[in-house]
Design a protein around this ligand. Structure first.
Ligand code: TXA
Ligand code: MG
Length: 323
């Protein structure tokens, strides 16, 4: 199969909607990262997503909808979800709710479903044209950094899917916040800060203890470049800790930095703000992998707002190698 990158326009939305109606899989942009979508009601199509990604099939997929009626059709909306939907959708947030008629292959056998309405005109146009929810994980090969451009998707999935809809660079750059609206818990920090959600619905619980993983995707190695990632905790002497670690490493190495102050060491600028850092992080990981880096040392950031999502991804990418 030859994978084609199609620019976002009505004609190409039509081509992709037809591919999905025929049980195919298409990559499309959202405001967080690119997704790899199929008709959530067609279990044969959904299986193709797992195959293309090389993803374990116990890891449930988020259903992407374009309007509120679709949420009501496929899930039981709780009062907490009601508030979140009103205030933050469309936007970078996913609500986990008890499902109605969503195939088990989508939800990894759980009785709940993750639902999200992306704030991206290309994604919304595609879902609208398909007339069904599109279940979609991030459109990367499993464990690789999530894709934030059509080219990232192409580099991972060329030959495995027919089309990639190109809607430019994703704005947010890290995935959606996931709220379990059955248990009132934050499952994954993401594009909408926890603080903003708590202002609306009150304090969120820690994820309930359970034998079944509540957000199964979180147990897998994630977001990792091939290079070893070292994360420096934000705070006292961060720059000194980074310089010391950098100087002790042999191999091709870089410091990802917002603040600077590393003299003549190899530094890549991640942007001035935490939001820019989050927007750029996955693209930088991919770029450094292409250049065969051995080590990437990442500055930490304060752990609130989008900073909490960024730190969550960096901790995972580092495999716990924190200085
Ligand atoms: O921003 C995003 O959320 C992106 C874009 C493409 O929408 N999608 C995304 O999907 O990050 P994925 O598959 O890479 O991550 C989805 C996470 C996984 O950790 C999965 O386990 C969790 O959501 N999840 C999905 N359905 C769930 C459910 N019913 N209960 C608990 N966790 C669920
Ligand atoms: Mg993912």
């Amino acid at each position: 199969m030859n994978t084609q990158i199609l620019q976002f326009n009505i004609n190409n939305i039509d081509i992709c909607a037809r591919e999905i109606a025929q049980g195919g899989v298409v990559a499309f942009p959202t405001e967080t990262v690119y997704g790899l979508g199929a008709d959530a009601l067609n279990k044969f199509a959904v299986k193709k997503i797992y195959e293309a990604k090389g993803r374990p099939s116990d890891n449930p997929l988020i259903c992407h909808v374009s309007n509120r009626t679709q949420i009501e059709k496929f899930a039981y909306i709780t009062p907490m979800a009601e508030k979140i939907i009103d205030k933050f959708m469309p936007g970078p947030i996913t609500v986990v709710l008890k499902k109605k008629g969503v195939p088990d292959v989508v939800t990894g056998g759980l009785d709940t479903v993750g639902i999200r309405m992306p704030d991206h005109k290309c994604a919304l146009a595609l879902i609208e044209a398909c007339g069904v929810p599109l279940c979609a994980p991030s459109a990367n090969t499993s464990t690789k950094p999530s894709p934030t451009t059509a080219l990232h998707v192409y580099n991972d999935l060329n030959g495995k899917i027919a089309y990639i809809l190109d809607g430019g660079e994703c704005g947010v750059g890290v995935e959606s916040t996931i709220i379990d609206c059955v248990n009132g818990a934050l499952l994954r920090p993401g594009g909408i800060p926890k603080e903003k959600i708590e202002e609306l619905v009150g304090k969120l619980n820690d994820p309930p203890k359970s034998d079944v993983p509540l957000c199964p995707g979180m147990k897998y190695k994630h977001y990792s470049p091939a290079a070893s990632v070292i994360l420096a905790q934000y705070g006292k002497n961060m720059q000194d800790r980074i310089k010391k670690a950098y100087d002790s490493l042999c191999g091709k190495k870089a410091i990802l930095s917002r603040l600077g102050g590393y003299e003549n060491r190899n530094v890549l600028f991640v942007g001035n703000t935490v939001e820019e850092y989050a927007h750029n992080i996955f693209a930088l990981f991919r770029k450094l992998d292409e250049q065969n880096y051995d080590y990437i040392i990442c500055e930490g950031v304060p752990e609130f707002g989008v900073g909490a999502a960024l730190i969550n991804r960096l901790v995972k990418a580092s495999g716990g190698n924190i200085i």
